[in-house]
Design a protein around this ligand. Structure first.
Ligand code: ADP
Ligand code: MG
Length: 342
């Protein structure tokens, strides 16, 4: 049998922390940290993804490892393009005859100029056509929310750089808010707490580990006898020498609480602006959370208590956005109202 080859269709979740690629017909084919290592001299890319992440904070003077999307914005256009091109090549295979169709998901808080930049980067990275989809919509599709219904659904996607909250009805975003507070800011809160309290400097990766192991949004008193603890190593800010301390979950909770409330503040803004009919739908159905930071222990509980609306975390919270982007790429006619094209 002879089959006519067609161009591949791929969906890319270009996140501040992780980039994922979905190949239509196959599923998720790539999941790597959004990190690029370049030479200091001429910005030549030496490593991308996992390999580059291992270099963060450990590079010699002539190589710099960086996160090109730090706070949801594109810090460097040419590096973003190089990264997209690397991911597209890796997903499609090196020898491609037909250029792929590419849909990229970006935070809804991104400016028009930045949107152009992402579309241009995808085109010069080798796409035949490039589309953009808003993150809340992609997250909702990926979380299997029936977005086409004439009913309000609310999604809060909490990633590394930003928290995107939106109410969706009839396949479109009705109200949304994007705050540049999410996982990275929680890590920073932990680092600065440890510096203040213990005069100890810790690296980014250590702060993230502490968050994942000890981070807890709601600690119920008297439930457990023993507090969870962790030994941390860093550099003393006064002597300059390595030192270790023991940290417990109550201290981490104290450190991250203000940041968690800022994250939830984004969701509250959306609830406050929501038309009353849709608000009543949301009270019935609850808020769906997605993104890596939604996995922080008991963040759904804190969100429920603070907003007064029941919240729950979507299945495969880290994969909702890429799955939704892939599904939208697969059914482009259905979603074209909400998609930008180049
Ligand atoms: P982005 O879309 O910005 O790339 P992701 O949705 O991939 O972000 O989520 C990455 C963020 O989620 C990081 O800040 C990471 O530290 C955080 N994260 C991942 N797993 C957990 C967990 N179990 N608990 C708390 N935070 C987590
Ligand atoms: Mg994301």
């Amino acid at each position: 049998m002879f089959t006519v080859p067609t161009s591949k269709r791929i969906g890319i979740d270009l996140g501040t922390a992780n980039t994922l690629v979905y190949l239509v017909g196959e599923g998720i084919v790539l999941n790597e940290p959004t990190v690029v290592a370049v030479t200091a001299e001429d910005n030549r890319v030496v490593a991308v993804g996992k390999e580059a992440k291992e270099m963060l904070g450990r590079t010699p003077g002539n190589v710099v490892a960086m996160r090109p999307l730090r706070d949801g914005v594109i810090a460097d256009y040419s590096i973003t393009e190089a990264m997209l091109s690397y991911f597209i090549d890796k997903a499609c295979g090196q020898s491609r005859f037909f250029k792929p169709e590419v849909m990229v998901c970006i935070p809804s808080g991104v400016t028009q100029v930045e949107r152009r930049a992402v579309l241009d980067a995808a085109m010069s990275a080798g796409a035949k056509v490039a589309y953009l989809i808003d993150e809340p919509l992609a997250a909702a599709i990926g979380a299997k929310i029936p977005i086409a219904q004439p009913a309000g659904h609310m999604i809060v996607n909490i990633g590394g750089g930003s928290t995107e909250s939106a109410v969706i009805s009839l396949g479109g975003v009705v109200v949304h808010s994007s705050v540049r507070v999410a996982g990275n800011k929680i890590d920073e809160a932990i680092s600065s707490y440890i510096r203040r309290k213990f005069n100890l400097l810790i690296g980014e990766t250590t702060a993230e580990d502490i968050k994942i192991v000890l981070g807890n949004a709601v600690i119920e008193k008297g439930v457990k006898e023993e507090k969870e603890t962790m030994d941390i190593r860093g550099r003393d800010t006064i002597t300059g020498l390595p030192r270790s301390i023991t940290l417990d979950e109550l201290q981490v909770n104290e450190a991250i609480r203000p940041t968690l409330l800022d994250i939830i503040g984004g969701a509250k803004q959306v609830l406050e602006q929501c038309p009353p009919e849709l608000a009543s739908d949301i009270i019935d159905k609850g808020i769906v959370m997605s993104g890596g930071t939604s996995l922080l222990r008991n963040l759904d509980k804190l969100m429920t208590v603070t907003t007064g609306v029941p919240c729950h975390v979507a299945e495969d919270a880290l994969l909702c956005v890429v799955k939704g982007t892939g599904v939208a790429m697969e059914n482009i006619e259905l979603y074209k109202r909400s998609i930008a094209k180049k």
